[in-house]
Design a protein around this ligand. Structure first.
Ligand code: SF4
Length: 434
């Protein structure tokens, strides 16, 4: 089952609140019903590429293995850094000691792959159903491995979660093992493609912020320290648990718009510049070239996108900042902005920049939401893979939300590509119509 559906009881959504200029008062439709989302295992697809000496061992079923293999594709030049320890029927029936079997699988894996320095045991729906305690398994394995490899665990289960929560759970699992330090530093939180991370690091260096670290690191040994001197920027809006764990360790969150487009990226960089006392004129001179390049790249797509209507189904949790970008920087009209979870404080700056009266929805009742899509017939619907084909068949243009998580879309240099991702389905539709 690559698509996790949670048939929770359908509850009549709370009535929309009155529209108001304040972000706190934007109308929110709260829904709890059938969901159509991928599970948190999906995060392994981008996380295993980011942390180059980590291995992700899913403790799950053949279904979990199929999801991973089809989502991550086949790696031709390297052995994959993920696998599934399949829970067989005799494990489920309690006929085998699942802990002993897991230890055996891990020992065999580590003997064959000495380059692994960080091993994540990733829980799934089946491991949760049989109540296999992976946190105890991690403690047991760490004790037996003598410090050569660190074993951590998190859950990627699809029960009541959405696919980007896999990254949040993974990063939150790293926080307790970050070394303690009072050093003054900026921490970028969220798995960005290396090329994007390097662009940001260059900008921070030009600004004069001397010490910059990233979570996750590219290699296990480079795991950043954390403490009261750490100020952190979230690169992704779906990292609520990680942010909370960092705050528990004394780090301070820098609230900002997310770095999408010229405006979002400027605001995100500015939050760090302000926190580190960077002179305002210096800040402007450093960001001006990138900001101008981003604006020019975005402008190439504005003609196609301005005035077009867009509907976001709740899926990636990127919906609010992307809606802000498309509305403010490209002139698109927001029909509805659905998101699985609305983290009001992390999204405050983007919410405040949405047009007055923007219809937000939190949670999902997929049939009701599809009814609203069909009634509105937006120019573009951003949704999960499972919903895209049926909507396309009904003559509606769609964009897969998961593509926005896989693609490099943050920062000045990617702003034009991000706009193009939304323009492309409309170009295709126009070509087909000719
Ligand atoms: S973790 Fe759950 S939802 Fe995800 S593939 Fe496995 S069984 Fe399906």
């Amino acid at each position: 089952m690559s698509v996790a559906t949670a048939p929770a009881p359908s509850v009549v959504p709370s009535a929309a609140l009155s529209s108001n200029l304040s972000a706190d008062m934007l109308p929110v439709l709260r829904e709890r019903g059938q969901r159509e989302v991928f599970c948190g295992l999906t995060g392994i697809v981008w996380l295993h590429r980011k942390v180059q000496d980590a291995f992700f061992l899913v403790v799950g079923s053949r279904t979990c293995a199929h999801l991973l293999q089809s989502a991550a594709g086949v790696m031709v030049f390297a052995e994959p850094r993920f696998a599934t320890a399949i829970i067989e029927e005799r494990d489920l029936a309690g006929l085998a000691d699942a802990n002993e079997e897991l230890d055996r699988v891990v020992r065999r894996l580590l003997a064959r792959r000495p380059e692994i320095k960080l091993l994540f045991l990733v829980g799934s729906c089946p491991s949760e159903v049989i109540k296999l305690d992976l946190s105890r398994a991690a403690v047991r394995l760490n004790a037996g491995l003598g410090g050569d490899v660190r074993v951590l665990n998190y859950s990627g289960s699809g029960i009541e979660t959405t696919f980007t929560q896999g990254e949040d759970a993974c990063l939150a699992a790293l926080v307790p093992v970050m070394p303690a330090s009072d050093v003054s530093q900026l921490l970028i939180v969220g798995a960005l493609p290396d090329i994007v991370e390097d662009q940001f690091r260059r900008l921070f260096a030009e600004l004069g912020i001397a010490r910059v670290a990233s979570l996750p690191p590219r290699r296990a040994k480079d795991l950043a320290s954390v403490g009261p001197g750490t100020r952190f920027l979230l690169a992704q809006p779906f990292l609520g648990d990680t942010a909370h764990a960092l705050e528990e360790r004394g780090a301070v969150h820098l609230p900002a718009m997310f770095p999408f487009g010229a405006e979002g990226t400027t605001a995100w960089l500015h939050a760090a510049a302000e926190a580190f006392g960077i002179d305002e004129m210096h800040f402007r001179s450093v960001v001006a070239p990138g900001r101008e390049r981003a604006k020019r790249a975005i402008a190439r797509h504005a003609e196609r996108l301005a005035g077009k209507s867009i509907f976001f189904m709740p899926d990636s949790q990127l919906e609010v900042p992307l809606a802000r970008f498309l509305s403010n920087e490209l002139g698109m009209e927001l029909v509805e902005v659905g998101t699985p979870y609305l983290h009001r404080s992390h999204l405050a700056a983007d919410l405040a920049a949405l047009p007055a009266g923007t219809q937000l929805s939190e949670g999902q009742d997929v049939e009701r939401q599809l009814d609203r899509v069909r009634a509105a017939r937006p120019d573009l619907t951003v949704c999960g893979l499972g919903l895209a084909n049926p909507l396309e068949r009904e003559g509606l243009s769609t964009k897969w939300s998961i593509e926005l998580v896989f693609s490099p879309v943050h920062g000045f240099e990617q702003a034009g590509d991000l706009a193009e991702l939304f323009a492309r389905p409309l170009v295709r539709r126009d070509r087909l119509a000719v």
